[in-house]
Ligand binder design. Sequence first.
Ligand code: GLY
Ligand code: MN
Length: 436
Amino acid sequence: MKKDYIYYMRRRKKVLSELPENSILILLNKPASIRSNDVEYRFKPDSDFYYLTGFDEPNSACLLIKERHKSFYVLFVEPKDREKEIWTGKQIGINGAKSIFKADLAFEYSKFFEKLEDFISGKEYIYYSLGKYPDHDQKILKLINDIRKSNRSGARSPKGVNEPFEILSCLRLIKDELEIDCMKKAADISKDAHILAMSYAKPGMYEYELEAILEYKFKKSGSLGPAYSSIVGAGKNATILHYINNSEKIKKNDLILIDAGCEYKYYASDLTRTFPANKKFTAPQKALYEIVLESQIKSIELMKPGKRFIDSYNKAVEILVEGLKDLKLLKGSIQEIIAKKKYRKYFMHKLSHWLGLDVHDAGPYLDKNDKSIKLVSGMVMTVEPGIYISSELDDVPEKFKGIGIRIEDDILITKSGNKVLTEGTPKQVDEIEAFS
Ligand code: GLY
Ligand code: MN
């Protein structure tokens, strides 16, 4: 494994190779968000910023500049402040921005707008995500406008503002060795946390107790904590897709749905398991569970180079529909159910999303011809079929009402197929029933 900074350098080089000559890319890290009054949330750096720098202090900015004969990388960071370091810890400072983060030039963040004017001046192509940091948008647009107005001499002036999203999201879609290493670790910790929570789960506990066990294990294992609000839904709460109250008591015949993944070095994992509180599926629970499991396993088989993103979704839907039809929860021909999307009554979300620095990660889902994108090695995606039978539905048999099931794993596409990063988290019926 190479030194970390080599990977960031390589990523910046790739972005620069996609930018036209005479361009500047501007990325920002906002200030830490306030939770309430003067209490801050733990800072999570802007994903694009972190992807290209590895730098994770708030109040910072990064410029990638491509001129005719040279390119350079500028960081704006908070200067080392002894008083601040006493309260919130060590800062990298301007020297560290150069020596550790390899910036060609580094300045105090307070000088950002002043210096930006000099750097933008004479550039034709500005790459900046409008709308992401509205407070900065106005200042940056004004700066561009002022430069345009003052350029009567015929010097080059900016041709509008270009969105860097496409360039960055295409790069972030294919994970490098350093990223895969972090994602393997994140998946591994999440697997262990699920196993621990499963081993403690029993009727009479509260959902939040399992949340506490999961998050204890996340942090105990060196991760930053959950990558998204952990979902622990027992009984009918499992039919609520993003149930995060986690406040109810678990009952004897409940299925417990846990959707929880940790974040390791800012990389997310995303893992869901559903299991009976008393370790024994009822017959209707088992019938539905086996449909979801089969659809998950069969769709994973289609996650390999050459297949399109949509192929696994189509496979999962086909198996879910067949199963739901066998149980008489859907009526009509398979073709009609699929064409009219009648299965959406029970499976209302997508099968997969990209995974990386964000749990719903950057990356296109369509290719240049607007067809579902082809999978290639280095992509990381989730696979998460589910069946949710709301207790509010009045046209389904009583025995199925209030059952919610989702099974989710994280998949790395490899040259020869795929690797299930969350493998080893029990999901077979007999494994779960034998689990103690
Ligand atoms: N696990 C949360 C989600 O994928 O939306
Ligand atoms: Mn997910």
